[in-house]
Ligand binder design. Structure first.
Ligand code: SF4
Length: 641
């Protein structure tokens, strides 16, 4: 059995390391040693399939980062849970935390210290109340105490006990942490290293075979083995297989709540690549979403569980958009003082999807010099209006009863000012007059994506999809489908998320979803690909077209670097999600219009991404050591206000 992660890590691995009681090693590789690393072909030939649970890929957590916030919080909780199990917790007098590589380089801006310390206090990313994080963290710093596991108080001095090894990298992954617990005499009780490998997944050398469980603290003794390992069913169908004829008789009969497949056998439809996934859809005459759905049942979920969990994910995504567009807060945390734009964009769109919800006061988000949102009717989105226009609420019971209808009132004279034209009028080429630049699909997608990422940047509740930095792309595209495309939203939500999940699994296995390994192509690039596939699937397109949409989605993100300014998940991250969402829809549209004519497969693009990630300088892998992180001065040359 391989001890690898069910994914092709871009970094060399160290195996057979004892779990506890490790001592520090004095020699560490530096950043420069990691540049240009690539694996041998033998190392890439991994036997594991790509199938993990959709509910491990899409997990509910807090912002701003899946690898730097969600993962470290889980790691802290895992460490404490193990100390409890070993009955060592009460003996602990001091905890030392070492952060390595990217975690050290951008951890402050990504709230890594808060995450680890609250994880050590027993908190979990899914259940922690985001608004309590700051006050609890400040309390730890001010009082120099840490309540380990929620019931064992120790002295904790941030300056003394957290060490930032930004110029050192642990061999397994650039997002490394080492936690060590000491007793009153200063003797080492236990130590362990954890790696936050992207998307909130946490592994160490002990947990590499069951990463999908361990980071969630699930009791491994009571779950189906399929969720523990990815080494089952190594023979997969191929497109050349003679048994590819669609056959309803070959369909497993798993479609009732009482029937859960033999968990020992692993997922019924294992796939390792886009090619093998496509073969499965052809063999069983199923969609990609149906393949994933049946696989979920091998993880112990009933039909009802799957529906509940999918709609829970969507409801958190949707609430996130709603929070982002209706917040009264004007700026994001951090020294950039960045202005929130989602409320402004939403108001500009002049319509709302949340009945009865008021948009923020106009002084927070004024978009036109002559707009006066206070003149709108109660409960309506106070969209900007120009002179000569009034807003009327339509009659109760109509399909637009909660929305304002914009009507031009002829009784009010329109006193339009002459538009200001910029440029010389005594030139052979006259300047263009100002025009309204509403492109509704683009504007809605941007608004949704930016809303989610502003919530993420402020440490709010978020669905890691597949990471936090890229958490806006998938909700934005799905929201657009629900509001403007689908005539059966419930089915579209299922189809979209399960399809996107399959594509995310392929990236996790074949390349990476960690910016510290692959730059932003691993975050926004992967999210774009997943959303493109999900969008195409909701257009009733063939699995081949879906995979082609996903291919286009990543192909045009290859090489995308990660260079967040000041280590904050704000610039370029927030806008980049908006571009990712627009690009995803464009990719799907291109695929739908291509009638099966294409030249690059998804598998080839995923491999290209892996190679590109290998060759990419570590300066562009979530370290803020180059790119915008170094060219943009703080305070910003272009004011955020
Ligand atoms: S630049 Fe991309 S990968 Fe880097 S933190 Fe921002 S969203 Fe994440």
């Amino acid at each position: 059995m391989s001890l690898l992660l069910g994914r092709r890590s871009l970094f060399p691995r160290r195996l057979n390391i004892p779990f506890f009681l490790r001592t520090f090693s004095s020699s560490r590789p530096t950043f420069s040693k990691l540049e240009g690393i690539s694996e041998t072909p033998q190392e890439r030939q991994l036997p594991e399939h790509a199938v993990i649970s959709t509910f491990d890929l899409f997990s509910i957590g807090v912002g701003p980062s899946s690898s730097h916030t969600v993962g470290p919080m889980r790691a802290g909780k895992i460490f404490i849970t193990d100390l409890k199990e070993l009955q060592l917790l009460k003996k602990v007098a001091t905890v030392k935390i070492n952060l390595y590589g990217s975690l050290a380089a951008t951890g402050k801006g990504h709230h890594t210290p808060q995450a680890i310390l609250l994880g050590l206090e027993g908190s979990d990313p899914e259940t922690i109340i985001p608004t309590t994080i700051e006050s609890r963290y400040n309390n730890i710093l001010a009082n120099k105490v840490l309540l380990l596991g929620g019931d064992h108080l120790i002295h904790y001095d941030m300056d003394r006990d957290m060490l930032w090894r930004w110029d050192q990298v642990l061999p397994t992954h650039p997002n490394g942490m080492r936690f060590s617990a000491f007793d009153e005499d200063g003797d080492l009780l236990a130590t362990n290293e954890y790696y936050s490998v992207g998307g909130g997944f946490v592994v160490n050398d002990k947990t590499q075979v069951d990463e999908n469980l361990f980071y969630k603290g699930v009791d491994k003794s009571v779950v189906p083995p399929a969720r523990l390992h990815q080494t089952h069913s190594l023979t997969e169908p191929t497109l050349n297989s003679p048994s590819l004829e669609p056959s309803s008789s070959s369909r497993p009969s798993q479609h009732n709540d009482d029937t859960i497949p033999d968990a020992e056998a692993g997922p019924p439809h294992p796939f390792e690549s886009g090619n093998s996934l496509l073969a499965l859809t052809q063999r069983h005459n199923m969609t990609i979403a149906q393949i994933v759905y049946d696989n979920e049942k091998s993880f112990g979920y009933s039909d009802e569980d799957i529906h509940k969990k999918i709609f829970r994910i969507w409801s958190v995504m949707d609430e996130c958009i709603q929070t982002g567009v209706t917040t009264n807060a004007t700026t994001l945390p951090g020294r950039l003082g960045l202005r929130r734009r989602a409320p402004i964009l939403y108001r500009r769109l002049m319509r709302g999807f949340y009945p009865g919800v008021m948009s923020p006061p106009s002084n927070n988000a004024r978009i036109e010099a002559d707009s006066n949102p206070s003149e709108t009717f109660g409960g309506l989105i106070d969209a900007p209006k120009s002179r000569g226009e009034k807003f009327y609420q339509t009659k109760q019971g109509s399909s637009f009863e909660t929305m304002g209808a914009r009507i031009v009132d002829p009784a009010i004279p329109s006193a339009k000012r002459a538009p200001r034209v910029i440029g010389a009028f005594d030139h052979p080429l006259l300047p263009e007059p100002p025009r309204k630049t509403m492109i509704p699909a683009v504007d809605f997608l941007s608004c949704y994506a930016i809303a989610v990422n502003e919530v993420n940047a402020s440490g709010g509740r978020i669905v890691t999809s597949p990471t936090n930095g890229a958490a806006g792309v998938i909700p934005a595209v799905l929201k657009y489908i629900i509001e403007f495309v689908s005539d059966d939203p419930d089915k579209s939500i299922m189809t979209f998320l399960l399809t996107a999940s399959a594509i995310g699994m392929l990236f996790k296995r074949g390349s990476t979803i960690s910016a510290a390994e692959g730059g932003c192509q691993a975050e926004v690039g992967v999210a774009c690909s997943m959303a493109a596939g999900g969008f195409a699937a909701c257009m009733v397109s063939s699995p081949e077209t879906v995979l082609q949409a996903a291919e286009i989605g990543i192909e045009h993100n290859l090489g995308l670097t990660c260079d967040p300014i000041d280590g904050l998940v704000q610039v370029p991250c927030i806008e980049r999600n908006s571009l990712g969402a627009v690009k995803a829809v464009t990719a799907a549209q291109l695929s739908l219009a291509s009638h099966g004519v294409y030249s690059v497969t998804l598998d080839e693009a995923i491999e290209a991404m892996r190679l590109t990630a290998s060759d990419m300088s570590v300066k562009y892998k979530e370290t803020s050591l180059s790119g915008l992180a170094t060219t943009v001065k703080i305070p910003l040359t272009v004011p955020a206000w």
